[in-house]
Design a protein around this ligand. Structure first.
Ligand code: BGC
Length: 501
């Protein structure tokens, strides 16, 4: 066999004639196909690492990591409250369900508002300054939460924190996608999702590690001020997005930034392409234009499906789901740590593959895996004998679920919305997808326990599985491939076939 190209054997969509599927009954052929797919995957990973580590891309990677601190805080601030709440309850007398839900929900409500406002800010002030503002709000919200003396002060502080979470959730990926070269854009933008998954994991560890410390919940929520400060200060030292600079007619500044981030003076072609794209000035009303509608539907559809498959019931309620299986709460917490780790590991897999295999195949494979896991979870809760004879099945299904989310819907939604919209409406268009995502997050998280009561636990998971199937249909019908194309090429022809890289 000649030198293997990464695209061989893995880049085809599942179910397509040239996918790595096998002819029934032909075992030898099946094995060769499987070996080929593994080799091709290995080639993909090596190619991505070589490209990302190339000298000219190191600066972009450093800049992306600073912006992705925004993602870390998104994960930490959403993940930390579960553990903190156990202590807040006694300290601030938040005994009623209403008070506790208000403490958790305030951040999500703030995030919806933050997502609305940040679209405009990213266009008016620039991506960089919007992220700097988010950094300072993270600091203020973290300190405010740590000092709260009543439930309502804590609710207020978390509402403020939510503003930063909602803003950073999409402005950080937007900024990264606008500075990254198209060959490694998928992996680079997904650094934000990796930091997000790490933020959730660190939050679990902080909740666990600070168990015996006096005033622990104040530390749990307050510690987030430190990365907030790192974000606000770090962003002072990175360049503004060249695409935003062109949009503001600051062409010389844009050229300077492009030279810096590409490590070469030969940036005329890229600058010209951005300038051409920026000429289509249509104002925010362009959001209503018919030609934009298909991509708005893609963004809003992925936003809703990402949440409607129930990801945050797993993130927020994993210990509760595991304790339904009859294990003690100590083991449930330990097993939750495995879920957090799996989320991180499979996000790394996504980073390595997105720019080689493409967005669509990962989205389809990931969502299919997630549907299988949800059906299995439903069966587990439905069939008493499974609970008795295979208690480990629940953890297995949850791990499959989170791994599938982490390679598919998790990163690809945030990545896609940072790629598919024209420059002149990118702020409000991404903002609309983010608002739908946060609103659905709120709705799903707060109905899970009620839903499990009304439909049974099995019924709730099967409902999410059915939504997962609808999501697959939507992806097949609507979602374009954006791998290997510049943002301007995508803007010109969103649904075009990708150029091979
Ligand atoms: C989702 C979050 C979720 C996280 C889990 C993100 O892509 O938007 O709602 O909590 O992934 O890793």
């Amino acid at each position: 066999m000649g030198a293997l190209n990464c695209a061989d054997g893995v880049s085809a969509s599942p179910g397509s004639p040239d996918s790595a599927g096998a002819v029934p009954g032909a075992r030898g052929f099946e094995e060769t196909q499987a070996e080929r797919a593994v080799d091709a995957l290995r080639a993909c990973v090596t190619e991505f690492i070589r490209e990302a580590a190339a000298a000219q891309n190191r600066f972009v990677l450093r800049v992306a990591i600073v912006a992705a601190i925004g993602g870390f805080l998104f994960g930490y601030d959403t993940g930390v409250i579960g553990g903190a709440l156990l202590y807040v309850k006694h300290d601030l007398h938040a005994e009623s369900n209403f008070d506790q839900q208000a403490i958790v929900a305030s951040l999500l409500v703030g995030a919806v508002v933050g997502a609305v406002v940040a679209g405009r800010l990213a266009d008016l002030l620039g991506r960089r300054r919007t992220i700097i503002c988010a950094g300072w709000i993270y600091v203020a919200g973290g300190i405010g939460s740590a000092l709260a003396q009543s439930v309502w002060q804590l609710v207020g502080a978390r509402l403020v924190l939510g503003l930063a979470v909602g803003a950073a959730s999409f402005v950080a990926p937007m900024y990264i996608s606008e500075i990254a070269p198209s060959k490694i854009r998928g992996g680079t933008v997904t650094l934000n999702q990796l930091m997000l998954a790490s933020g959730i994991f660190v939050a679990y560890i902080a909740d666990w590690g600070l168990k015996g410390v006096p005033g622990n919940w104040r530390w749990m929520v307050g510690l987030a001020a430190i990365p907030g400060l790192a974000l606000a200060i770090g962003m002072l030292f990175v360049p503004e997005s060249p695409r935003w600079l062109v949009e503001k007619s600051r062409h010389d500044d844009a050229r300077r930034v492009l030279r810096r981030i590409r490590g070469t003076d030969a940036v005329d072609d890229e600058l010209h392409e951005i300038e051409q794209a920026a000429k289509h000035k249509a104002g925010h009303r362009a959001l209503l234009q018919p030609q934009l509608r298909p991509m708005l539907i893609v963004g809003i559809g992925l936003a809703a499906f990402q949440q409607l498959v129930g990801i945050n019931t797993v993130i927020y309620y994993a210990p509760t789901i595991l304790s339904f299986t009859g294990i003690g709460s100590g083991s449930a917490l330990t097993q939750t740590v495995f879920i957090g780790l799996t989320n991180i590991v499979f996000t790394i897999v996504a980073i390595l593959l997105l720019d080689r295999v493409g967005r669509r195949p990962l989205l389809l494979v990931g969502t299919s895996g997630l549907v299988v896991a949800l059906v299995a979870l439903g069966l587990f809760f439905q069939l008493g004998w499974l609970q008795q004879h295979a208690p480990e099945m629940a953890l297995g299904a949850l791990l499959l679920y989170i791994a599938s989310f982490a390679v598919g819907l998790g990163p690809v939604f945030w990545l896609m919305i940072s790629e598919i919209y024209p420059l002149n409406v990118r702020g409000p268009a991404e903002s609309s997808a983010a608002v739908v995502n946060w609103t659905t997050n709120f709705a799903v998280s707060f109905t899970f326990l009620t839903l499990a009561g009304a439909l049974t636990r099995a019924g709730a998971f099967w409902l999410y599985a059915a939504i997962g199937l609808l999501a697959i249909g939507f992806m097949l019908a609507r979602v374009p491939e954006t791998r290997g194309r510049s943002l301007e090429q995508i803007q010109r022809r969103p649904g075009a076939t990708p150029t091979s890289t």
